[in-house]
Design a protein around this ligand. Sequence first.
Ligand code: NAD
Length: 491
Amino acid sequence: MPYFLQAFMAGQWRDASGPEYTTHYPADGSEVAQLHAATVADVDEAVQAAEKARLHKSWAGLKRHERAGILYRMAAGIRERAEELAQLQRLDNGKPINETRALVASAAGTFQYFAAACETWEDQLTPQRGDFITMSVHEPLGVVGAITPWNSPIASEAQKIAPALAAGCAVVIKPAEITPRMALELARIGQQAGVPDGILSVLPGKGSLVGEALVRHPLIQRIAFTGGTEVGLGIQRLAAEKLMPTSLELGGKSPTIVCADADLDHAVAGVLYGIFSSSGESCIAGSRAFVHASVYAAFRERLLAGVRALRVGDPADERTQMGPLIHSRHRAEVDRYVQLGLSEGGQLLHGGGRPTGAMYERGSYYLPTVMEGLPNSARMCQEEIFGPVLALLPWHSEEDLLAQCHDNVYGLAAGIWTQDYKTAWRLGSALHTGTVWVNTYKVFSISTPFGGMKMSGMGREKGRQGILEYTRQKSFYWGLNANPMPWATPT
Ligand code: NAD
């Protein structure tokens, strides 16, 4: 039986004004939720209410430790409902339960971290250079529009809501149309934790309608976006028209480098996890593995043994390592890339289609897929597939390796497997990516900034400075002159 969901607008739970739609469980196609999509008028109402609420003393008047108190309670509220939230998240996007548990834990950690950062961040007294005292202070930006994708909703939503609230902003969030549940649950938890009405609204609906209306709204002072590069570029163009800051967490085509001296068992485990966890529906999926020619054959043999042992199946089963893809249209798109790779000269080493068997019939499953023999210039090695497809590429010299790594529009993340820290530092420093993992992959820490270079985006989330992204800086000069000020003073 599907759930009936309501939007949360201006402090009220109610049906949004647009048409009703249904979301589906990717593992079997069953209906998960029924809800109404928001409209442009809903966006305006929520944003107007947010602007009013953020200026009201019940929010603007809170001391930082009081706002932090709300965020601590949100962290606790998430933890109290952790298992329920993990199960709901699984139903929303079909991720294996172990992964959704980790996402929920990460969301709680995010609220806790930004609560601590909120009550401890300090404004600056800058060095005195005249008969005045100078200060630089940070003020909340205003109403923030947050737009998120379907692949890790609760984590990416927490990463926007928590620092924005910590900074004293109000947030109107538009989750992906097909995964509205987690943002709504975060709003419920926020309401119970004491977030004043209007400060956090959730408007499910279409990106081209609700998302774009949010970006265009004159009262929206910042957009925090996670999603595809094409959509991000469109948002950036609109933002330029009103000089609005944005953070854009976009796509990737991340290389993983296996050096000749790598511990191959560790490297194989890392490459497998890097590309096949989340069924490859991850911006940081390590989708190109560059393996040194001297260990290529040995690595490939162990990798394929690992791929054959991967457990693809029911996301509710704790032993499952790969669940279904988000929906069958996306599976068709992933398959189209695999066929393209074959037509470009690639040889399939594993996968390349749907798994067979009764349990896979109704879900949008796709096999873990490995291909070799493609040049890095092939489209399959250049474009983001967002699925469980790995290209294996041998390398011979560091110069040639780096040229291939750089020859891509994206710059989100990279992995390096070597036992020599000097090699790791040399390669890691040379790579044009926002994150470099050395002898590990796809691990995260809320205390460490995350974001992309090149077409993978701009701005950073996480880390203490994550709050500052939601503030604007103001300088104060406090005059100390005992006499009327002189005409001009060099400083
Ligand atoms: P998407 O860009 O299609 O959608 C993301 C969000 O933007 C959704 O809420 C969508 O409704 C909204 N949207 C769509 N068109 C819009 C428009 N014109 N104006 C405003 N909003 C609009 O991405 P997706 O398919 O949901 O997610 C997959 C993409 O997200 C991949 O490219 C992936 O790499 C990227 N991603 C990046 C990160 C990161 O941190 N860098 C993390 C997760 C996913």
